[in-house]
Design a binder for this molecule. Structure first.
Ligand code: ZN
Length: 249
């Protein structure tokens, strides 16, 4: 079956458990016997985010990897330290969030498309990662509300109003007056500018290749990342600071 490698971890001296993501079965954890031996033919193909065809045999507790055929190694990502960091981040996130035996064709396609676009894109910035996270969260049911205030349901004009807030906990925009109430109650709020509305619109309406080429000014990109990362950690409880992958700070 076709699979994207998410993670590998050691068990005993030469064996590993390989987590892969498949369209048919969702995440699968597979036992790879002897994969750390230097004579193993499979080990190079089982690097994280490789797209492979994997042969499987039924095991008593866990299914076994029998053979691996590479489909796409995404070599441009592996040659670029920034791209590599982003790809490793995304598969680590998926390995934590995706459950075993919960197939989701849409998420499989999203992950594969994102890797392919990152592989061919010329520029690399954290926005490409944030776009993935937003699409990923939206598919899981966290599609942000932009048109009405999530608190009082007042109609909003997110394209022009510079004083809106984004409520991390409610997952959407809040009007100026509700923003004050939220802040007084110490509820997590991020400032939301018309620029963000354009970014969200671009993410939801563009192909992945176009998203990878979108130009976002650095200061806007940093603020947008704060919003996305807060949204991710609040709703999925996943704390993986991107800087631990980028090797900064
Ligand atoms: Zn309101």
């Amino acid at each position: 079956m076709q699979a994207i490698v998410l993670a590998r971890r050691n068990v005993r001296e030469v064996d590993q458990i390989i987590s892969v993501y498949t369209a048919e079965y969702g995440r699968r954890d597979l036992f790879a016997r002897g994969v750390k031996k230097i004579t193993s033919k499979n080990t190079a193909h089982l690097e994280p985010f490789s797209f492979v065809h994997v042969g499987i045999a039924k095991g008593r507790d866990m299914d076994h990897v029998t053979n691996v055929q590479p489909i796409e190694y995404f070599s441009s990502i592996r040659l670029d330290i920034d791209k590599l960091s982003l790809a490793n981040y995304v598969v680590s996130l998926c390995a934590r969030v995706f459950e075993q035996n919960h197939p989701d064709h849409h998420l499989f396609t999203l992950l594969l498309t994102w890797l392919s676009s990152l592989n061919t894109s010329r520029s690399t910035n954290i926005f490409v990662l944030d776009a993935f996270i937003i699409l990923f969260l939206s598919h899981l049911g966290f599609y942000p509300s932009f048109d009405v205030c999530v608190s009082c349901e007042k109609q909003l004009d997110a394209d022009h109003d510079k004083y809106l807030g984004f409520s991390i906990s409610s997952g959407g925009l809040i009007c100026r007056s509700c923003r004050v109430t939220y802040m007084n109650q110490h509820m997590p709020i991020v400032s939301f500018t018309p620029h963000f509305r354009r970014i969200f619109r671009g993410i939801f309406s563009s192909d992945m290749d176009v998203i990878c080429r979108m130009h976002v000014p650095k200061d806007v990109e940093d603020k947008f990342h704060t919003l996305v990362y807060s949204f991710l950690t609040y709703h999925l409880g996943v704390h993986i600071p991107i800087f631990s992958f980028l090797g900064e700070e």
